[in-house]
Write a protein that binds this ligand. Sequence first.
Ligand code: EPU
Length: 426
Amino acid sequence: MGLPYFEINGGTRLRGAVQLSGAKNAALPIMAASILCEGDVVLRGVPNVSDVRFLGELLMKLGVHVQRDADGTLRLNARDEMNFKAEYDIVRKMRASICVLGPLLAKRHQAHVAMPGGCAIGDRPVDLHLRAMRQLGADVELVSGDIVAKAKKLRGREMFLGGPFGSTVLGTANAMMAATLAEGTTVIEMAACEPEVTDLAEFLNKCGASITGYGTPRIVVEGVRELAGCEHQIIPDRIEAGTFMVAAAVTNGELTLENGRLDHLMAFVDRLNAVGVNVEKTEKGVVVSSARRLEPVDVTTQPFPGFPTDLQAQLMALLCLADGNSIVTEKIFPDRFLHVAELNRMGAKLRREGATVIVEGVKRLVGAPVMASDLRASAALVLAGLAARGTTRVHRIYHLDRGYDRFDEKLRAVNADIVRKEDGEV
Ligand code: EPU
C-alpha cells in the first residue's frame, strides 16, 4: 500500500461552517492522567488522530483499558497496575509519551520511560520533567537511554520549572499530575499557562485533586490520598481553529468556527487583525473573513498567552502573500522552520537567519509537489496549496494525521478542492 498524500487544486474560496475537534494537546495528558484514577474516566470530544491512538496503545500496555465509542467518547480504566514501562518502540513514535512519567511514579511508585529523542522541530530535552520528579523526592537515573524513576512516597515542595525557553507545557503537566498524590503542598513556579494545562487541572480537580492557580505561572497542588474517575469534555482545539482561520484568510473566503474560543487565541487573532483579517465573535461562532489586501506583520512565538509556536508555520503561509516584508521569530523551538524550503518551492520568498525568517510577500504561490516534515509544517503546506495557482501535492501527510482530525474532509465540506490519494513512495 502506498503512502497517502493530498492533492490540492488551489484557488477556490472557502465558505461555510467548521466544527472544531477536541484539542489533541489537552486530550493526551488527560488520557495519561487516567493512570492516577481509581474509577472510570470518560472523555468526550477526543480527536480521532494518530497521536491519540499511539497513546491509547501505550496505555493499554500499561494496563489501562481503553475503549473508543463511535461518537468519539473515550473510556479509560486503569485496571492492572503491574506494568510501569513505556518502551522505546512507542515513545520514539510520539514524544508526548513522556506524560506517563508523572502518573506512573505517583501511582505505581516507579516509572521506566524510554528517553524521547529530538524530532523534526529540533532538540527537545526533558531535563525540566526530570527536575520536577527529583524535586518531589523521586530517585531518577538514566539507564541505557531510559528514564528510571522510583519513589516510595512523593513529597510536595516548591519548585521552579522555567528553562532557557520559558515554561514547559508537558513538564508542568507531569509535575502537576505527580503532585496530586504527593504528601503535602507543591508549588510550581513558572508553570505553563496554556489552556491545555488548565483543562488537565480541571479534569484532575473533578477527579478529587486539589489544584489552584492553574492558568497562571504559579500552580499550587495540595496532595490527596486518591483520585476517582470523572466525565470530562476536552476543550476545542485552538490550533485547529487557528489553522482554519488562516484557511479562510488565505483563500479570501469566510468561515464560521462554530465552537471557536477567542480567549484561547488572543495573540494569534491580534496578528491576524494586523494582517487585515476580520475575526468576529457572533452567535453562530467565530466568523473569519479576509480583507483582500494582506499587510505584512512581525511576529514572535512565545509561551501562552503569547503567539503559539504551533501556529507559526500556518501564519507564515499567509504572510507569503502579504504586500511587503514580514519577520517571523521562533522563541520556543528555534529550528522549527522545515516548512521554509518547501514554501519556497511554491514560489514564496523566505530567507532564514537563525531563529528568524524574513518573509518577502509575493503576488502568488504556484502549486508544486512538497514534503511535509512535521505536523504543523504539513498544515502550512496545505494552506499554501489552497491559495496557490495549480496543483499541489503534499506528501508524507502521516505527520498531519497525527494531530488533525479529518482535515481534508472538513476542508472539502467548505469548498476546498483537496483529495487524499496514495502513492508508491517508500
Ligand atoms: N524544554 C526544555 N526542557 C524540558 C522541556 C522543554 O528545555 O525539559 C524546552 C523545549 O525544548 C522548548 C520549550 O522548553 O524550547 C517549550 O517546550 P515544551 O516543554 O512546552 O513543549 P512540550 O510540552 O514538549 C507541547 C506541545 C507541542 C507544542 C509545545 C509548545 C503537546 C503534546 N505538545 O510540547 O505541540 O509545540 O508544547 O507549546 O502538548 C504540536 O502539537 O505540533 C506540538 C509540537
